[in-house]
Design a protein around this ligand. Structure first.
Ligand code: HGA
Length: 613
């Protein structure tokens, strides 16, 4: 979603802002812009460049204007209010005040009316523009920029991360946050604001994460943070470990391809703590986890998109291995219904970024109902959702740049399996022999995933046959049904082929009507207890003239036949099989998208880190 970068330095910050915006491109956006305080001391002015489309187009426009400045802000916009036009792109300006905004101002219409009555004219359809005029209205009353921002945010309802500059106060940047992440980067004689550390990692790794309701005054040499009551507060300085390599493409064509291939490493890193610990224990989920997990009698998983499918997979594990009920719900549904609280229920939220607004709000709602056993599974340390949770398990996938999630999903599954085994052990349902088997399965997992990655050439050949299709069905049963859902989602997201997933047994209850020679059917058919059932379902499709693409374990004894093409994944790996079977469906989606020539890493209309409702 939208990205923010701001800088104040003794050097020219224009290129720094543009580089920062390029590093935020992965979040998904539709327009970009910068505003800087340029000009000689005493006669500064705001110079602004905005463009719809890519940062590179905005960069070219900025280059042709050839200005330099030591203070500035930049933004990549993913429109929520108002179309994708240059006039709606950020920064927005009001009488020498320029600002960028992530989030949604819910009372923007009311504010717009008030400001119109004060004589302000609006140039955009965004909710954001009201903030610029509101700040200016307080400056006119004699406030300085910091006080004006603090008063303005007091008038707003909704969510915001803001970076503000003024031509009248070129020596400072003001930041404010509520509901959307924002951090301050600490340099030597220069300081920064960013929505995500990747935007500034070339300049500094030392960061302060602003908290809800914070505002900050950022000058070259100092940073002052104020809490929601306007009192100066000390916030901890963190040193980010985001690596520059993880933000660069290297030899790959797309970040998605790179991230698919990084999965053996990402999984190995995520299980490292379990392996070092020589077993499953509550301490893997943070200090003080044992009393929280020991008397858990049910699990409620809340998540969105791919993370939701990770939760659906975990439900099969938790109910079968721990023997307690587990429900999984889309966060945006849970947060708006009257749910029943159960104090013995563990509420697990799953979010790659730790910023997903719907998931965050679902967690807040669960807490308001009285749930205090909360656990976050997240890939970004110190992000909002883990900070709002009692327990946390960090996946160690490294930065995920492709909008379509891949390594975050498989590492979430590893984390959820670790949770399953830990809960089972705490309940006395995991014998030492079984614990040893699970540990061995985890140890062997990176190798099995690598083996599945080696299927890429065969999958590429299938992708050519898929590329001209308009629709596809994905089938799976049991714990592999959520993997069919994930395969269909990946294909939709990046190739724009309409794809649906069904539990294979459901086919005859409706979707079989869709099957004809133009409807490819992807079947996940591992050698598990449901294999014979899946084979019958395949016959049902075959009898209707459908073309099938089957991913079967090496030991499933599946042969190619007319209408049925088979790719053999590694030998059945038992309980972790859904993780291994994820790899081929990811590769299929990637190669189909490649064959169709779509923008794989930035699929249309989608964004990474979904920080709006
Ligand atoms: N509401 C603002 C910003 C949108 C946003 O934060 N997207 O992620 C707009 O529409 O410009």
């Amino acid at each position: 979603m939208c990205g923010i970068v701001g800088a104040i330095a003794d050097r020219d910050v224009v290129q720094l802002l543009i580089e920062g915006l390029k590093r935020l491109e992965y979040r998904g956006y539709d327009s970009a812009g910068i505003a800087v305080v340029a000009g000689e001391a005493g006669c500064e002015e705001i110079r602004r460049v905005r463009r719809t489309g890519r940062v590179a187009e905005m960069e070219a426009a900025a280059a042709s204007e050839a200005f330099t400045a030591g203070t500035g802000i930049g933004h990549t916009r993913w429109a929520t209010h108002g179309g994708v036009t240059e006039a709606n792109a950020h920064p927005h300006i009001s009488h020498g005040v320029a600002l960028v905004h992530n989030g949604i101002i819910e009372n923007h219409e009311e504010q717009r009316e008030k400001l119109r009555a004060l004589g302000y004219e609006f140039e955009s359809q965004t909710d954001t523009e009201v903030i610029a005029h509101l700040i200016h209205s307080f400056l006119k009353q004699g406030d300085d920029l910091l006080a004006a921002v603090q008063r303005a945010v007091g008038e707003l309802t909704g969510a915001y991360a803001l970076a503000v500059v003024s031509r009248h106060e070129p020596e400072r940047l003001i930041a404010a946050r509520m509901g959307c992440p924002l951090l301050v980067g600490l340099g030597e004689g220069e300081n920064f604001i960013a929505s995500d550390v990747s935007a500034i990692v070339q300049a500094t790794r030392r960061v302060i994460f602003l908290e809800e309701g914070d505002t900050a005054e950022v000058t070259r040499d100092a940073v002052r943070v104020f809490d929601e009551h306007g009192a100066v507060v000390e916030r901890e300085v963190h040193v980010s470990d985001v690596s520059l390599a993880s933000l660069e493409l290297g030899p790959y064509r797309h970040f998605m391809q790179k991230e698919i291939h990084e999965q053996p490493r990402a999984i190995a890193d995520t299980i490292e703590a379990v392996i070092d610990n020589k077993g499953f224990s509550a301490s893997l989920f943070g200090a003080g986890a044992e009393p929280v997990l020991a008397d858990v009698e049910a699990v409620q998983i809340l998540a969105c998109g791919t993370s939701y499918f990770a939760g659906l997979t975990a439900r099969y594990w938790i109910e079968a291995i721990v023997g307690i009920p587990c429900s999984v719900e889309v966060a945006s549904e849970y947060r708006y219904r009257s749910a029943v609280a159960n104090p013995k229920q563990l509420v697990v939220t799953i979010s790659q970024s730790g910023e997903t607004l719907d998931t965050m709000e679902a967690l807040k709602y669960a807490k308001s109902l009285g749930h205090d056993k909360t656990l976050s599974i997240c890939n970004v340390p110190e992000s909002a959702i883990p900070r709002a949770s009692r327990l946390v398990y960090y996946t160690r996938a490294g930065a995920e740049i492709g909008v379509a999630s891949t390594k975050a999903f498989t590492t979430q599954l590893v984390a959820l399996f670790t949770l399953t085994a830990t809960l089972a052990k705490l309940r006395g349902r995991l014998s030492p022999e079984q614990e040893g088997e699970f540990l061995d399965a985890l140890r062997q997992l990176p190798g099995s995933v690598q083996h599945a990655l080696n299927l890429e050439p065969q999958i590429t050949a299938w992708a050519e046959r898929f590329a001209p299709k308009q629709h596809a069905l994905f089938l799976g049963r049991g714990v592999h049904y959520p993997i069919a859902l994930e395969g269909a989602l990946k294909l939709k997201e990046i190739s724009y082929i309409h794809a649906e997933a069904y539990p294979a047994g459901e086919l005859k209850h409706g979707p079989l009507a869709l099957v004809d020679a133009d409807m490819p059917v992807v079947v996940i058919a591992p050698r598990d207890s449901l294999l014979e059932k899946v084979k019958s379902n395949i016959q049902e499709v075959r009898a209707r003239g459908g073309e099938m693409f089957v991913f079967a374990d090496l030991d499933s004894h599946f042969g190619d036949s007319e209408q049925v093409s088979v790719i053999r994944t590694p030998r059945h790996v038992g309980v972790l099989s859904p993780i291994v079977h994820t790899i081929p469906v990811q590769l299929l989606a990637y190669h189909v998208a490649l064959a169709r020539g779509t923008d794989v890493d930035k699929p249309r209309n989608l964004a990474k880190s979904v920080t709006v409702e």
